[in-house]
Design a protein around this ligand. Sequence first.
Ligand SMILES: NC(=O)c1ccc[n+]([C@@H]2O[C@H](COP(=O)([O-])OP(=O)(O)OC[C@H]3O[C@@H](n4cnc5c(N)ncnc54)[C@H](O)[C@@H]3O)[C@@H](O)[C@H]2O)c1
Length: 449
Amino acid sequence: MTDRYQSFTDSPIGKIFVKNLGLPNPMKLDRWHDGAPLVDGTVLVGGSGRLAESATAALGTLGVGFQRATETPSTEGDKLKGLVFDATGLTTAGDLIGLQSFFTPLMRRLQACARVVVLGTNPSETESGSERIAQRALEGFTRSLGKEIGKGSTVNLVYVSPGAEGAIASTLGFFLSPKSAYVSGQVVRIGAGGSKKAQQASDATKPLHGKIAIVTGASRGIGEQIARVLHRDGATVLGIDVPQAASELQALMTELNGDFLTLDITGKDAPARIAAHVKKTFGAVDGVVHNAGITRDKKLANMSEDRWASVIAVNLTAPELITQELLDQGLINKNGRIVGVSSIAGIAGNVGQTNYAASKAGVIGLVDSLADELKDGITVNAVAPGFIITQMTAAVPFATREVGQRMNAMSQGGLPVDVAETIAWYLNPASTAVNGNVVRVCGQMMLGA
Ligand SMILES: NC(=O)c1ccc[n+]([C@@H]2O[C@H](COP(=O)([O-])OP(=O)(O)OC[C@H]3O[C@@H](n4cnc5c(N)ncnc54)[C@H](O)[C@@H]3O)[C@@H](O)[C@H]2O)c1
């Protein structure tokens, strides 16, 4: 499943076409590989607020090379792989000029696939109306910069609650590294609630060492990559899939020294069977990733009851009931993680997908309904993939597929590993303060918010 258009634009003749006709020019994105540094280059840290010190401390912990920016950064100097700007000191609309004075001179010093992270204060936690306005303005700034920066670079905004200053390392590590290759224009909130329970992993290369994670729909596509990445990070994976996928699932879980269970997650007894298996085999789990999902597209005028019901059952009711069963039986360990796989369709809507979009918006509802209730450092978050190249999207008609792949700031579809890396960041034991978020893995798709 390759992107044939991207292969064409990489060819000598393709380069001429792109240049002369102004066609979209997808850049080969940096992706992290085993043994690579977290950030391959220097990060410049600027701005003056309550987070600049914590940011440099976090970069030190992560082993990322950084420099502190002078008040007026120079257009001249070494190329930079990343920029971190502490915007928490911007408390009026007039202060926003600080964004222009920091970023404008640096834009031409950025390497390809650069990373920009702006740190702010959640607007609802500011101390004055004018500070709230200024902090809210950061969203427009980061989303626009994400769309104009190009060359495979990303721009994200992280709102950090007062009191959560010490809980930003895993999030900075993710957004500054190639692990966030296809995540741009996002707004993430780090709350103070769980910040004291965040645990730094003892081995940074295996942050999930000793952890057990369930992944549903693990036999192929995005689920397979989630299983691979969690295993890479040290977790033992319990893969779940339908009986028809048993041989692929078994082969993958054997390769990953994991465990597997074949069942239909919509079965009446599925939550109880999963819970019983977890209890017997592991005692409890540290992560549950609700990845299994289906589409049964039809315009609503032609939608049968069966198409509607099956999509809601797999994508929404099963994650809800399985989560509830595991929580009710106390089978999710302290500092555990629940992750829903939503979709851009659940945010922006899509023709022919009223059933699917309802189910995927419901997954966001699941996050909202649990985020404030969970105890003991357990978090719930979701990813909302955009166009990810898998067997599911291979079934999309050619023209729709082409439009889907190009209509984003990266002019290309994402890879399953991009979704998997985002989930690995949520599962990191240091991400306890990352709760109640929905992060789109969509290359900053032009559709929707
Ligand atoms: N591919 C994309 O572009 C994209 C975009 C947005 C969201 N998503 C979501 O990401 C997730 C994975 O998508 P994918 O593209 O890898 O799909 P896929 O069809 O390749 O894989 C889905 C997996 O879920 C399993 N599954 C389906 N019904 C099940 C059931 N009742 N019980 C147990 N397992 C079941 C399938 O057997 C399969 O292994 C889905 O939730 C999908 O909605 C995908």
